[in-house]
Design a binder for this molecule. Structure first.
Ligand code: FES
Length: 160
């Protein structure tokens, strides 16, 4: 059964497709726009895009799953990416992840409405590990206390 949110997402996805000429070669731009609008690409939006571009859902699904930046589930209010690459691991990234999971009551890569924790593999801040990315903001030498503080600032919409 279609919900009101599905219906709105469908209309928005349809409008985005129209804006891009309903052309298959614009699929990536369309998917980015849909995700920007809703924060993720719902089944309903995926179906709408497939119909508008006259391509199979399997084809779009393949594209969405190939690019890790596309999300298929609603994201948390704050998404925290914690670097797990070598330099950050040497500086305690795995401990930070364990502590963050306990503090935020979630697991790495699990959907969560408030705070979503994701693994990253080198954020280009190797000298200042553990490195963390929240939104577009990169932080270095992050411990769990600072992470809580930064998360709170980002969820309140302030710059940290
Ligand atoms: S290894 Fe973590 S930022 Fe490069």
């Amino acid at each position: 059964m279609a919900t009101l949110i599905n219906k709105i997402e469908d209309q928005d996805a349809r409008q985005i497709c129209r804006h891009h000429g309903d052309r298959e070669e614009n699929l990536l731009e369309i998917l980015h726009a849909v995700q920007h609008m809703s924060g993720y690409i719902s089944d309903s939006a995926l179906r709408t895009v497939a119909q508008a571009l006259n391509i199979s859902r399997a084809d779009i699904h393949g594209v969405v799953t190939f690019y890790h930046d596309f999300k298929r589930e609603p994201q948390g209010k704050v998404t925290i990416k914690i670097c797990r690459a070598e330099a950050c691991q040497a500086m305690g990234a795995d401990d930070l992840i364990r502590e963050a999971e306990a503090v935020f009551g979630t697991q790495l890569d699990a959907p969560n409405i408030d705070v979503k924790l994701e693994a990253a593999y080198c954020l280009g801040n190797c000298a200042l590990g553990p490195a963390v990315l929240i939104g577009d903001d990169l932080y270095g030498r992050v411990d769990v206390k600072r992470l809580q503080h930064l998360s709170l600032q980002h969820s309140e919409g302030r710059q940290a």
